[in-house]
Design a protein. Structure first.
Length: 333
């Protein structure tokens, strides 16, 4: 197509870039659009400078880019909008895209914990092999250490403690995942510990108490750990198999997603910590406590597979459109 047709086709994008450059505040989505338009218009200007003899057109596009460059280098985006965009798009989309990895971790974790629980329950040989004391009444008795753990500290201090601890465990699972084995070992040992506790409580006939104290906070807490472990292992696998991208580019891209998950999980673990600190040790009936935990778990999964799925699809569509436009040939006669 000739220069007139090309400029006519791209004019609305240049005008949109100019409008965004003049806006006082940009939302998170508008920032992404602004950067994409700036990059594309820079490429288009370079093509026009190579093929177009029309100085007026080149000067006009150059002026738009100059205004956009000034905004890009000196702009301060609305912090509140950025935070909103993070929790409505970036974080849920990153968790959604990683769902095959963390659901795989979930299945493996439940398999290991269930297997160890069945093995430990009623098996003295299993206990001796694992170094578990033959007399576990201190743990399993009513009011024993399994139950008193949740009520021996003030609720607010305990909630802060478990939040910090779980955030630390999740961070280790996330960022040691790049070498795979440490993250896999951490997840395995957590599954073993849950399985041993469950087996001992089942052997004492107190499996109802085990689930009554574990499930209210454990559903959301363990889901966060599964997400952290899955994202960490995905980062490690990217190092082994970067796909069509270069290894450095693939690691950088996956690293950004992993960092977004790490930041977002802090909020998820805060919710599970509050439940563990105030709901789990409360005097509410077990079905009510479990119901509260179930509501939190369903809410998180709906958030990931609802908002996260939509955000991931929007990002994929935007990326595909940008690639398609940048790949269009410009045959200027």
């Amino acid at each position: 197509m000739d220069v007139d047709a090309y400029s006519y086709a791209q004019r609305r994008h240049w005008d949109r870039l100019d409008r965004l450059a003049g806006q006082r505040h940009l939302t998170g989505a508008e920032v992404d659009e602004f950067v994409a338009l700036y990059r594309r218009t820079s490429q288009q200007l370079a093509r026009l400078q190579s093929h177009s003899p029309d100085p007026e057109l080149i000067n006009g596009v150059s002026a738009v880019l100059a205004r956009a460059r000034g905004r890009l280098l000196g702009a301060r985006t609305d912090t509140r909008s950025q935070i909103t965009y993070f929790f409505t798009h970036r974080f849920p989309a990153a968790v959604y895209r990683a769902w095959p990895w963390w659901t795989g971790v979930l299945v493996a974790f439940l398999g290991v914990s269930t297997g160890f629980g069945i093995w430990v329950s009623g098996s003295g040989a299993a206990r001796r092999f694992l170094g578990v004391p033959a007399d576990a009444q201190l743990l399993t008795a009513p009011g024993g250490t399994f139950e008193s753990y949740y009520s021996e500290h003030p609720h607010d201090a305990f909630a802060a403690q478990v939040w910090t601890n779980n955030a630390w465990v999740s961070a280790i699972a996330l960022f040691t995942g790049i070498v795979i084995l440490p993250a896999a070992y951490l997840l395995f040992m957590n599954a073993v510990n849950v399985g041993i506790s469950g087996g001992l409580m089942a052997d004492a006939g107190r499996l109802d108490s085990f689930f009554g104290f574990l499930l209210p906070h454990g559903m959301l807490e363990l889901t966060a750990v599964f997400v952290a472990g899955g994202a960490g292992l995905q980062l490690g696998w990217t190092l082994i198999d970067p796909g069509r991208r270069s290894r450095a580019e693939a690691l950088a891209r996956q690293g950004r997603a992993t960092a977004a998950i790490a930041v977002g999980l802090v909020g998820v673990l805060l919710v599970s910590g509050v439940i563990e600190g105030f709901v789990t040790p409360s005097g509410l009936p077990a079905p009510v406590r479990i119901g509260i935990g179930l509501i939190a778990e369903i809410g998180f999964l709906a958030y990931v597979f609802g908002a996260g799925r939509r955000a991931a699809q929007e990002q994929a569509a935007r990326t595909a459109a940008e690639h398609e436009l940048s790949a269009l040939p410009v045959n200027i006669r």
